[in-house]
Design a protein around this ligand. Sequence first.
Ligand SMILES: Nc1ncnc2c1ncn2[C@@H]1O[C@H](COP(=O)(O)OP(=O)(O)OP(=O)(O)O)[C@@H](O)[C@H]1O
Ligand SMILES: [Mg+2]
Length: 299
Amino acid sequence: MSAAITTRALTKKFGDHTAVDALDLRVPRGVVYGFLGPNGSGKSTTMKMLLGLTRPTSGEIEVLGEPLTERSRARLLPSIGSMIESPPGYGHLTGAENMRIVADMLGLTSRQVDRALATVRLTDHRHKLVRTYSLGMKQRLGIAMALARDPSLLILDEPTNGLDPSGIEEIRTLLVHLAAQGITVMVSSHLLDEIDKMADVLGILSAGRMIFQGTRDELFRHSTPDLVIETPDPAAALATGVTATPVRGGIRISGVDRDGTARIVHRLAVAGVPIHEVRRVRHTLEDVFMDLTGRGGLL
Ligand SMILES: Nc1ncnc2c1ncn2[C@@H]1O[C@H](COP(=O)(O)OP(=O)(O)OP(=O)(O)O)[C@@H](O)[C@H]1O
Ligand SMILES: [Mg+2]
């Protein structure tokens, strides 16, 4: 079966600035796809192109097995729920009234509306004005608006932005639950922590380019662990010329493979540095992400 979303060399330029640079995106069906990247890396621009809201400068997009064109867009959109940039909704209306507007626009039944509100746990709050909602409730209302049409694909731009840990957890549980029902969920964030636990597949953007796409395990495999050497004499260890940072009880050397480990241990031993313990320390996923995006590295 085709992927839910495929792009080939998808590119968007604003004047001289390339916001999205030759992106080859592949979002398999029925997964939570975590679309990560720092501020300004091109996440929203990409999502807008996938929804036909912004025209690509070049490249191709296939959504739900069909090339995205002006003509196919009208046919595809009822199957795609989305929330881009900030939660929608009129503050001076209630949650239910906001949902009614969406329902009228899309010809949805009140059963669909009720079910979407129940899924995001807003049933009890539906008659309150949206301006009295917490940010988490607004985000959930936005998701309900996207869900009411019973989409097979959900595209959510930073639905966890600004939420506290319990709000994030709630959205996470919801999205995992939706994917388990067969809905493909593409969700963006600039914080890896926020989507790490929910995403089956990660796509990482940096300055408009995809620098990694794959599973969490694959991402880990790309990272070289640090080497921690415990010694009562860190000064002697540093005096051998290894590039290391002193840490409590020893030194730490970043990004060392197996051969490098052997070489460093040999050098220290030859210099007579007392070695109490040698450990290779795996990076956290956040470290890997920061390494990749912060230093503009390429995998
Ligand atoms: N309409 C526009 N006109 C000119 N430049 C734009 C426009 N929209 C986005 N950009 C630029 O394109 C780049 C990518 O922006 P985009 O909003 O897609 O990033 P993002 O990853 O969603 O960032 P954030 O995490 O802040 O939401 C930025 O440099 C931005 O300034
Ligand atoms: Mg954005």
